[in-house]
Structures are given as structure tokens and as C-alpha cells.
Design a protein around this ligand. Structure first.
Ligand code: B3K
Ligand code: ZN
Length: 870
């Protein structure tokens, strides 16, 4: 397989002005007719040559301006169709056959259960028909879908519905027209026997938009929340970005078999059912929050992605990074901003920093790829969002909004690059972001070292910051980046002190941001009347690692007093990491001072309970691993268990009291205050049940009495984590009996087991793979078992005999042929082998080599494995 390079980008020789598609769906195949109005691109030399992409297509005929071409008049291979000697304009008509019922890769047109659906991003459209399958070719689409009207009464595509008719042969035909030109990756089609839940939204200019959510009949009682979240998103985008919806109808369809979370097809979003369907009995609070965020994300793409799209796939973060930033701001506004920031920083530190430190490290704007599907990464999405967020910290809220307005207005209807985004930010604010743009081109996580020196006599604090960024594949000797460091200085009362800095130009008072732009810089703070406690990198203002020696007393002080909620949490995590390191060194003892602070936090009714939940949660094993030089997963697991045990023992009675205090008889609602209270109540239950028979009793009672999945699942988890294995098994069986007819709940049931340190031995996970509820063809189930095992049950995945690695590699080999995207995605944990102590790393490498030796590796798997073995 060959790499594709950003530097080779060229415009196409032809554009496609209009695309008219006709689909005739029948049981054993689908017939596709594509009528393309092509016009020469005047920016390019007149080659007269047009090469269209196509994969796994059975070509039936090609006609140019109505005249059928004979076989010698075009060239065809496995991946393309080429025509030569073309003039300025033509109408090209292509007929081909495809086989959606055999499509297990879930790209292009495929079947999920009894319905047909599509997934075209990034390069799935070429599995539907021959086309210029690239995002800079934007076309106006008209689509006709023809199928048996009894079995497929609902026939959908992008845009507005224009006609529906009964054909003489009994089939039904629906026609759709999308007036907004778009790249083929935003095309969608759905056919099925679906039920619909509908509502309306009146836009800021007073237009009425019909909103519809289509689901399989058994799911019609799970649509309310998504519909509501959609309306909130539409309103929010008008208020926060001035962006209004632009069609008469907005549709969402839920499907069970889907490689990702959801897809922003114009006017017809297709969702993984796990990311849209919910009712109180079957969905946890976490699921509700995920649904709210993903519905918003896909909706926001209508502007950041669809109206303004990407010139090429190296610009993927233009739409993804910005849209993640937009959905994060939305979630922060709907729920707690601090909690959202904590969750995002945790994801960055556990998953993105790991990617940056591994063989697949790449810049937010990559230079090359073999398979674009491998680049839908936390770097493109989450780091991309952080890079947008830093621009907002630098420009301020108003300057950023002006830049976003200019970006949307200037580039509406265009396919552009990441630098068109930064240019709009520059032009709207009169600033030069040249230096800042290094964030897009340099991979790796910058590391800041902090040293401070306080001079009481002069009332001065000197802060010296150095930055360096480690080498990553293909990149060494990196240049310093522009890092916005939000900070505060706390006096001995825990109050923020006023800040004056030299050089003054390095400080933005409005956002309390210090601008670090060089490899080493010293900043002088004046008028510092007493030795301050430094609160560094507030709000996680940049995606960097920080090396800053602060004493445990200082950390405890920050945990209690910092006005920045994020840094309160961070101080607590640093304290706990210290304990875990002590435990690994065999010298851990819980100090009373810290315990009393945690006790006070638990009792402090003025705090947001969700915030307290985070303050009292130990860092996960994956998080701890990212703060270790040589990762020893078993040592991490044991040390964390020891600390958890000690903390639980010290806080048992407070946990029980907290649990009782937060019991409520209000009927369940997926509403922020309730969710927040349930989070803390259930954290308390977990600690309590691990320590006492009473707590364990309470967990059983909660399991039986729960009227909602949040409480039932939390009780089940408390029972699993208690280590009472037969009790846990009893409740797991009861749970399955209760829920075996609900696919999404069964997937949660698979996942809690496969991801649990208490249960998920390799043999146990193998038994889950044999269970009637498991199905290799369904990505949600693969993720629920294999993904949860390798991502969460680290003490079993890293079994010292290497059987955990073998299980994962076997799964990758099995899926390589049927669903390469999912196969490549599962590989993640194995790619980190160099970071582990050799005893584990060697066994992991051996499994990668075994995969590499397989015949017929997909491009997806080949790219990840070959890069990991370099
Ligand atoms: N844009 C889609 C991702 C499609 C992934 C294709 N392999 C979902 C999203 O980010 O909104
Ligand atoms: Zn997206």
C-alpha cells in the first residue's frame, strides 16, 4: 500500500455540477444509475481526461451525452474508471450494480437489520458508483430511491422531499433534492420500515423546520431526548454563532450496525443507535450526556463541515476539531463547564497524549496517510478542538466570535483548508498567528518545566518556563510553540492575588493568560506581597504536560481553595498519583490531613455533587500509565487497588452518609442537577459496598428497586467491584434475564463484564465471545467485548502469559477481512508496546508481528501494524 501526501494536492480537471442518482433496491442486488453533469475546471490545463473512483462495483454501461460507449472507449481497473478526449461539458451516465447485503465493511450502501443505509465518509461513496470521490468536488444532488413499498415504506435521502409515487409494478419511488452543493461524503440514503417521531423548530428568521427521528418500531419510546437535544442545539448555534438551519426538514435515523458514533450527512444524519436512543429504564446518565453531545456535534457540522467543508482529507480537523470545540462549548453551557473541562482533559491525557507518544503520532494537519479511516483520531478531533480553544483564549470570546463569523461568511459553499480558518481569525482581529500555526504542523505533546523563585524583600515572583516537544515519527528538533498558560497566584487565605507581569505584553489580563512563545522565558510578577501558591495551567488552557514540583501541602491547599475548579481537581489527582507512586515503591500510607480534606469535600453541600464525584475519583489505570516512564500494568493495578482500599476504608462512614443524603424520591429525569446528584450517590455506593455488608446490602436493594438504568447499572457495578464473585454473577444473570430483548442494554451488560478487573480473565472474555448475545458483525458488540477488555481490564489484557494480547490479535485477524476499519481501530492498545516494561512489550510486539505475517492485510490494518513495528 502507498502513502498519499498533502504536498501532492491538485485540483481535479473536472467538476460535477449536478448529480442525479437513481437507486433500485432489490433483495439480491441494487442497481445504481448516476447522471453527472461534468464541466471542465478552467484552473487546470485542458487534459480532456477524467478518472473517477470506484470500488467493488459491477459496471453495466457508460454513456456520454446519451450515447452508450463501447468497452474500448473507457479504461477500467479495480479502483477507477477513466475517460479521455473529453470536451468542456458533458452529461455522463453510468449504470452499475452493487451488493449491499454482502457489505460487511459498513461503508457505502449496506444493510443493517431490515433496513438499508449508507456511510460515505471518508471514501465510501466510491462503493456506490464511479465518482470524483473527494471533498473539494461539490455538487447539487437529486436522488430517486425505488423499492418494494410494503417492505420499505420509508425511503429517504438528503435535502427536501420532492415527489413520491407508486410505480405500476407495485414498487414505490421517492425523490429528493438537496439545493446545497456538497461533496459525495455527505450523501446518504435510507430505506426501511421505520417509525417516526416528529417535531418542529422555528429558526431565528422565523422559518419552520420539520424535525424527524426515524427508528425501528421497537425503539419509538427512545426518541424524546434526542429530539429535545436537537432543538437545544439548533437554538444554541443561533445564539452562540449566529448560524441558522437551511433546509425545510432535518432527519435523524438510528441504525444498529455502524462503525462510528454518527454521521452528519446533509439533512439526514445517520446515527449509531447507541448514540441516539434512550429512555430512563435503559440508558444511563452517561449515555444521555453522550447523546446530547453527539446530536449537537452532528447538527453543528451543518455549518462547520457541510456549508464550509474540507478541501482534502488532510484538512479533516478543520471540520472535526472545530466541531468538537463547538459541541464541548455547548455541553459546557448545558451542564457544568468545569466538569466538562475535567472530562476533556482526562481524555486528552489518557488517550491523546498516548497517541502522541506512540507510533501513530501525527500532526493535527497530517502530511501523509495510507488509509484516511485511520486518521479519525483523538489528535484530529480532541487535540484539534484544543487548538481551536487556545485561539479563543488568545483572541478572547468576542475576537473569536468575529473570526468565526468571518470564516463562515467568507467561505460559505467552499472547500477550504485549516489555514483559511486561522486566516479568518487573523483578519478579524488584526493579529499574526504565524507562530501559533505550529500547533497544526508539529506532532507530539509539548512539555513545560516550571521553576519559581520568590523574593520577599522585593515582593517579586520570578517564573521561569521552558518548553520542549519530544520527537515523533518523521519529526525531530521541533520549534517552540505559542502556549497560552492561564494562571493564578493564591495568597495564604486562598484568595487570588492581583497580577502584574513583566514583560506586560506577555500577559492578557482578560483571560489571565501568560503567553509562552520561546524555548525558555522568565516572567517577573510584581507586587506579590507574600509567597503565593501557584495555580498553573488553569482550565487546562493548553494541551501540554507540566513538570512542576509542588509540595503535598501546596496541592492540598489548591484542592481546597483554588478558584479554578479544573485546578482543584488537578491538584487532587496529582496528590493521588503521588500516593500511587508511593504504593508502587512499597511505602504508601494515607495521611490524616488529606483524609480530612476529602471528608470535608464530601460534606460540603455548597459544591456541585458532580464536581465532588470527580474530586474523589482516583485516576484510572490508563491515566496513571500516561504519567509513568516505563509502564508496568500489574504494578499500577495493584498500587491503585491499595490506595482505593485505604481511601474507601478511611471514608466509609462519610460515604454511607453521603449516599443516604442523596437518596431521592423524585421521579427520574435526565436533567443536570439530578444527574449530578446521582453521580455522587453512586460513587459513594461503590466505596461503601466495597467496605461493608451494609453497603453491599444497599447495592442489592438499589439494583432491585431502581426505576432507571443509571442506578441499576451503578448497583451492578458496585456488586462486581465488591469482589463477591458469586453475588455479582447472580445479579449479572438477573440483569440479562430482565434485558435480553434490548440490544443496547445487552451491550452494556457485555461491556461491564469484559471491562472489569474482577471478572475479565481471558477465558471469561472468550466465553462472552461465545455468548448468544455476541455477534462479530456488529461493531457495537465488538467494542463492548474486545474494546472494553483491552481498554479497561488492563490487569487481564496484560496477563503475563500474553494470552490477552493473543485474544486481541486474533480478533484483529478475524475482522481484517470483514470490517477493516474496526480491525484497525481495535489495534490501539497493542501499538503502545514500546512504552511498557520489556516483559510485556516483547509479547505485544510478537502479536503485531504475527498480524503482519497474515496474507491479505487490509490497508487499514497494514498501516497501523507496519508503523507500530518501525
Ligand atoms: N464525520 C463522521 C466520521 C466519519 C468517519 C468515517 N470513517 C462523524 C463525526 O465526526 O461527526
Ligand atoms: Zn464530526
Amino acid at each position: 500500500p502507498n502513502a498519499i501526501y498533502l504536498k501532492d494536492y491538485q485540483q481535479p480537471d473536472y467538476w460535477i455540477e449536478h448529480t442525479e442518482l437513481t437507486f433500485e433496491l432489490s433483495d439480491d442486488h441494487t442497481l445504481v444509475t448516476a447522471r453527472l453533469d461534468i464541466v471542465r475546471n478552467s484552473q487546470r490545463p485542458a487534459s480532456g481526461c477524467l478518472t473517477l473512483q470506484g470500488q467493488e462495483l459491477e459496471l453495466l454501461s457508460v454513456a456520454l451525452d446519451g450515447n452508450e460507449l463501447s468497452v474500448g472507449e473507457y479504461q477500467q481497473d479495480d479502483e477507477s474508471l477513466t475517460l479521455q478526449g473529453l470536451a468542456e461539458r458533458h452529461q455522463l451516465t453510468i449504470r452499475n450494480r452493487i451488493y449491499p447485503q454482502h457489505n460487511t465493511a459498513l461503508e457505502g450502501l449496506y444493510q443493517s437489520g431490515n433496513m438499508y443505509c449508507t456511510q460515505c465518509e471518508a471514501e465510501g461513496f466510491r462503493r456506490i458508483t464511479y465518482y470524483l470521490d473527494r471533498p473539494d468536488v461539490m455538487s447539487v444532488f437529486t436522488t430517486h430511491v425505488i423499492a418494494d413499498g410494503e417492505r420499505y415504506p420509508v425511503l429517504l435521502s438528503n435535502g427536501n422531499p420532492v415527489a413520491e409515487q407508486q410505480l405500476p409494478d407495485g414498487r414505490k419511488k421517492s425523490s429528493w433534492h438537496d439545493p446545497h452543493k456538497k461533496p459525495a461524503y455527505l450523501f446518504a440514503l435510507v430505506a426501511g420500515d421505520l417509525q417516526v417521531k416528529q417535531d418542529t423548530f422555528t429558526t431565528m428568521s422565523g422559518r419552520q423546520v420539520t424535525l424527524k427521528i426515524f427508528v425501528e418500531p421497537q425503539n419509538i419510546d427512545k426518541t424524546d431526548y434526542a429530539l429535545d437535544a436537537l432543538k437545544r442545539s439548533m437554538k444554541w448555534d443561533e445564539q452562540s454563532y449566529g448560524r441558522e438551519y437551511d433546509l425545510d426538514i432535518f432527519m435523524i435515523v438510528a441504525v444498529d450496525d455502524f462503525n462510528m458514533g454518527a454521521m452528519e450527512n446533509k439533512g439526514l444524519n445517520i446515527f449509531n443507535s447507541s448514540c441516539v436512543l434512550a429512555n430512563p429504564a435503559t440508558a444511563t446518565d452517561a449515555a444521555y450526556q453522550r447523546i446530547e453531545a453527539i446530536v449537537a456535534h452532528e447538527y453543528f457540522h451543518n455549518w462547520s463541515g457541510n456549508r464550509v467543508t474540507c478541501r482534502d482529507w488532510f484538512q479533516l480537523s478543520l471540520k472535526e476539531g472545530f466541531t468538537v470545540f463547538r459541541d464541548a462549548s455547548f455541553s459546557a453551557d448545558m451542564n457544568s463547564a468545569t466538569v466538562k473541562r475535567i472530562e476533556d482533559a482526562r481524555l486528552m491525557r489518557t488517550v491523546q497524549f498516548a497517541e502522541d507518544a506512540g507510533p501513530m503520532a501525527h500532526p493535527v494537519q497530517p502530511d501523509s496517510f495510507i488509509e484516511i479511516s485511520n486518521f479519525y483520531t483523538v489528535t484530529i478531533y480532541e487535540k484539534g478542538s484544543e487548538v481551536v480553544g487556545m485561539q479563543r483564549k488568545i483572541l478572547g470570546a468576542e475576537g473569536f466570535r468575529n473570526g468565526a463569523d468571518l470564516y463562515f461568511d467568507r467561505h460559505d459553499g467552499q472547500a477550504v483548508t485549516i489555514y483559511d480558518f486561522t486566516k479568518a481569525m487573523e483578519d478579524a482581529n488584526g493579529v499574526d498567528l504565524t507562530l501559533f500555526k505550529r500547533w497544526y504542523k508539529q506532532a507530539g505533546t509539548p512539555q513545560i518545566q516550571v521553576s519559581s523563585d520568590y523574593d520577599q524583600a522585593r515582593q517579586q515572583l520570578q517564573l521561569t518556563l521552558t518548553q520542549r516537544c519530544p520527537d515523533t515519527p518523521g519529526q525531530s528538533d521541533k520549534l517552540p510553540m505559542w502556549i497560552p498558560v492561564q494562571l493564578g497566584l493564591l495568597d495564604s487565605q486562598g484568595q487570588d492575588m492581583a497580577i502584574q507581569v513583566e514583560p506586560a505584553s506577555a500577559w492578557t489580563a482578560a483571560s489571565q493568560v501568560l503567553h509562552l512563545t520561546e524555548a525558555e522565558q522568565t516572567f517577573v510578577f510584581h507586587g506579590v506581597t507574600e509567597r503565593p501558591v501557584i495555580s498553573f495551567l488553569r482550565d487546562f488552557s493548553a494541551p501540554v504536560k507540566v513538570e512542576f514540583e509542588q509540595s503535598r501541602d501546596e496541592l492540598l491547599f489548591l484542592l481546597q481553595h483554588d478558584s479554578d475548579g479544573f485546578n482543584r481537581w488537578d491538584a487532587g489527582q496529582r496528590l493521588m498519583l503521588g500516593w500511587i507512586n508511593d504504593a508502587m515503591a512499597g511505602q504508601f500510607a494515607l495521611d490524616e490531613a488529606a483524609v480530612s480534606v476529602f471528608r470535608a469535600l464530601l460534606r460540603d453541600a455548597s459544591l456541585d455533587p458532580a464536581m465532588v464525584t470527580y474530586l474523589l475519583s482516583l485516576p484510572s489505570e490508563a491515566y496513571i500509565a500516561e504519567f509513568s516512564a516505563d509502564i508496568d500494568p500489574q504494578a499500577i493495578h495493584q498500587a491503585r487497588q491499595q490506595v482505593r482500599e485505604a481511601l474507601a476504608a478511611a471514608l466509609t462512614s462519610e460515604m454511607a452518609a453521603t449516599y443516604q443524603r442523596l437518596q431521592s424520591d423524585q421521579p427520574y429525569a435526565p436533567q443536570p442537577q439530578q444527574m449530578s446528584a446521582r453521580a455522587l450517590k453512586n460513587l459513594a455506593l461503590g466505596y461503601w459496598a466495597s467496605q461493608s455488608a451494609e453497603g453491599l446490602q444497599q447495592a442489592q436493594q438499589q439494583f432491585a428497586a431502581a426505576d432507571n438504568m443509571t442506578d441499576q447499572m451503578a448497583a451492578l457495578q458496585a456488586l462486581i467491584h465488591s469482589g463477591e464473585r458469586s453475588l455479582a454473577q447472580h445479579y449479572l444473570d438477573r440483569f440479562y434475564q430482565q434485558w435480553h430483548n434490548d440490544v443496547l442494554v445487552v451491550n452494556q451488560w457485555l461491556s461491564v463484564q469484559a471491562g472489569s478487573a474482577e471478572l475479565a480473565s481471558v477465558e471469561f472474555v472468550e466465553s462472552l465471545l461465545q455468548h448468544e448475545a455476541f455477534d462479530w458483525r456488529n461493531p457495537n458488540k465488538v467494542r463492548a467485548v474486545i474494546g472494553a477488555f483491552a481498554g479497561q481490564a488492563l490487569c487481564h489484557f496484560h496477563a503475563t502469559d500474553g494470552q490477552g494480547y493473543r485474544l486481541l490479535a486474533d480478533a484483529v485477524i478475524r475482522l481484517n477481512g470483514s470490517n477493516p476499519q474496526i480491525a484497525a481501530r481495535l489495534l490501539g492498545p497493542l501499538t503502545k508496546w514500546k512504552r511498557l516494561v520489556p516483559q510485556y512489550g516483547g509479547l505485544m510486539k510478537a502479536e503485531l508481528q504475527r498480524i503482519m505475517a497474515q496474507p491479505d492485510l487490509s490497508k487499514d490494518v497494514y498501516e497501523v501494524v507496519s508503523k507500530s513495528l518501525v
